[in-house]
Write a protein that binds this ligand. Structure first.
Ligand SMILES: NC(=O)NCCC[C@H](N)C(=O)O
Length: 294
């Protein structure tokens, strides 16, 4: 079953096909393939952008979206939810914090399961951001990306992508917020190129992409940790350190004045909003991949 739960269990060839198909959807030149499908969405939280993107994506590929306001694992065993979904829809898109529970759903599912974010990964978002960068520079290979933030789901999906393309991912975070060495070594063992840094200038100098995530909850309180994150804020001056053509991307929602200054976010080098416009086309391609249509 071609589930889409992370970027380690898809091949580079499959990702290439997803990116190529994303370009067709983005250009408005694609037509749905195959018969009409029914796709369930199970989203924890508001998931504003993700709902919008998947609703559009499902519409693009010729599907009907069945939005299910259920909380995975809350009222029945996940295997029972999986059994009902398998009989009722052609694929399931799920946003749920507990990564293991999403994998449990997939393990029991007779239809493809696509992760629309867990605490450990955000593969669809990163594919969409990567698609945006590929459109700009022609290829992903050779990309140097500095991830500004804690060890988050988005950071991990970028690390995973670095095992599929020649991307170097450097995490810039205060001491104590770097991803564990065991995780980073696992990525390296799979061919990924990952590093960590606590030094703003060193980590951002020459980067092609500064990718920001929001602060962890602990950094929102006044005091030491907040100050440590504040010191790594991406400002216009930090953007000046990047390589020629360097860009800023933010996963959103953005907290201006925290991880990024208002002027840096508004800078023409911030391609965040252009990237978000690529969510629907790339998600359409991911769904087609999961449905075996690429
Ligand atoms: N565009 C998005 O889906 N953003 C998600 C925010 C990611 C953040 N690390 C979170 O887990 O809340």
């Amino acid at each position: 079953m071609p589930h889409f739960l992370d970027l380690l269990t898809v091949t580079r060839a499959e990702l290439d096909a997803v990116l190529a198909r994303s370009a067709e959807w983005a250009a408005g030149s694609a037509e749905p393939r195959g018969p009409r499908v029914r796709i369930a969405t199970v989203f924890a939280g508001p998931a504003f952008r993700t709902r919008l993107a998947f609703d559009t994506a499902i519409d693009l590929i010729g599907g009907h979206r069945v939005d299910l306001p259920i909380a995975l694992g809350e009222r029945e065993p996940i295997c029972d939810t999986a059994a009902i979904l398998s009989g009722g829809v052609d694929a399931v898109v799920v946003r749920h914090g507990d990564d293991a529970e999403v994998r449990e759903l997939a393990a029991h599912s007779g239809v493809p399961v696509v992760s629309a974010m867990t605490a450990l990964g955000h593969p669809c978002e990163v594919v969409s951001e990567a698609f945006t960068l590929r459109q700009r520079r022609g290829s992903l290979d050779g990309l140097a990306l500095t991830f500004v933030g804690a060890d988050t789901n988005l950071f991990r999906s970028w690390c995973e992508l670095s095992t599929r393309y020649a991307i170097t991912v450097t995490q810039l975070a205060p001491a104590g917020f770097a991803a564990p060495d065991a995780y980073l070594d696992g990525i390296r063992a799979r061919g990924g190129a990952v590093a960590t840094s606590t030094e703003l200038e060193a980590a951002c100098s020459g980067a092609e992409v500064l990718y920001c995530d929001g602060w962890p909850a602990a950094a929102l309180e006044p005091g030491g940790i907040r100050d440590a994150f504040q010191a790594l804020q991406v400002t216009s001056a930090v953007l000046e350190l990047t390589a020629a053509g360097g860009v800023l991307m933010h996963c959103m929602p953005v907290a201006r004045g925290n991880e990024v200054s208002a002027d840096a976010f508004a800078d023409p080098r911030s391609i965040t909003l252009a990237a978000k416009a690529n969510l629907a086309p790339s998600h359409a391609a991911i769904l087609e991949h999961a449905l075996g249509r690429l």
